[in-house]
Write a protein that binds this ligand. Structure first.
Ligand code: DON
Length: 303
């Protein structure tokens, strides 16, 4: 398959359309990003890298980090976390509070903010440094030692974290946090504030497309665990737009409010898009369009 031509074509289509969606202004530093950017990268099972547009520009990965934190918890601590978080789509916005009270402090899934706070809490208990463990994994899998936390984004998110703080305190009130709320929030915010490019992320996500095998050939996850993470990405990775994402793209995917989306063709390849303008559910509009075009033109979908 001629991925290079295809990616160039997709980048050209996006560049010819006006910028779409709105940047995530609720974290002011993300609101300052130029919306007129688009990148796309593919990494194949053989490790070939194809890219187009702004694929080497680092951006804030935000909720994409939640997949890696979950993978690390499952890898280091087994299935215990599933006692503390469900695996059902929420049908609600990613930072919604309502369901959490109705369901007695057990978040619907590990990718909404409440669920990710529980996962980060567990990773913190197991490793002593949840964000640092996610960062190490990202550096090792991407092969880029320059991957790091963007301190300006982290500070901006800290200063505007009332919603996540309320979720975290509610979790604590239900006995569903093991660590002090400020520590959990700090680790969560730092993992969300990692800056990576499409190419970095497509490389770092390869274990999701290779039955859990890391770049050094060791197993991070079993193939069964990898299947399960991909399944939760499909059903919950794009929040209350997961149905639309499955319909249009037909792949497990995880978005972030920085405008990135990681998608996985199991046993085959990873494809990452980035464009900062978001739709109503917090997913990149041009990114979704690009992934739709990618799977439609290649037939590379799980369906
Ligand atoms: O906690 C937040 O609101 C952000 N750090 C992450 C949210 C996010 O990326 C949702 N994804 N589309």
């Amino acid at each position: 398959m001629d991925f290079q031509n295809l990616l160039d074509d997709i980048a050209g289509t996006v560049a010819a359309s006006p910028p779409r969606g709105e940047v995530a202004a609720y974290i002011p530093q993300l609101g300052a990003v130029n919306p007129d950017q688009f990148g796309i990268a593919v990494v194949t099972g053989e490790g070939e890298v194809f890219s187009a547009g702004d694929a080497n520009v680092p951006f804030s990965i935000q909720s994409i980090s939640k997949v890696f934190a979950l993978a690390l918890v499952l890898a280091t601590d087994g299935d215990g976390v599933w006692q503390r978080v469900f695996r059902e789509p929420s049908g609600n916005p990613f930072n919604s509070l309502v369901q959490l009270e109705q369901e007695a402090g057990i978040p619907r899934n590990p990718f909404i903010n409440a669920g990710a706070l529980v996962v980060t809490d567990r990773l913190l208990s197991v490793t002593g440094d949840a964000a640092g463990t996610v960062l190490d994994l990202m550096r090792q899998e991407s092969g880029n030692p320059g991957v790091g936390v963007d301190p300006v984004v982290a500070e901006s998110e800290h200063l505007h974290s009332s919603r996540n703080a309320s979720l975290a305190y509610f979790l604590a009130s239900c006995g569903n946090l093991e660590n002090p709320v400020p520590d959990v929030l700090d680790n969560y915010i730092r993992q969300c504030s990692l800056a990576m490019s499409c190419v970095d992320l497509a490389l770092a996500s390869r274990f999701l497309a290779s039955n859990g095998v890391r770049v050094d050939g060791t197993a991070l996850l079993s193939s069964s665990q990898t299947k399960r993470i991909n399944a939760v990405m499909l059903t919950c990775g794009t929040y209350d737009a997961a149905g639309e994402f499955a319909y249009r793209v037909g792949l497990p995917g995880k978005s972030g409010v920085g405008g990135g989306i990681v998608a996985v063709v199991p046993n085959n390849l990873t494809v990452v898009v980035w464009s900062p303008g978001l739709g109503r559910s917090g997913n990149s509009v041009s990114g979704l369009n690009a992934l739709d075009e990618f799977t439609t033109r290649t037939g590379l979908s799980i369906f």
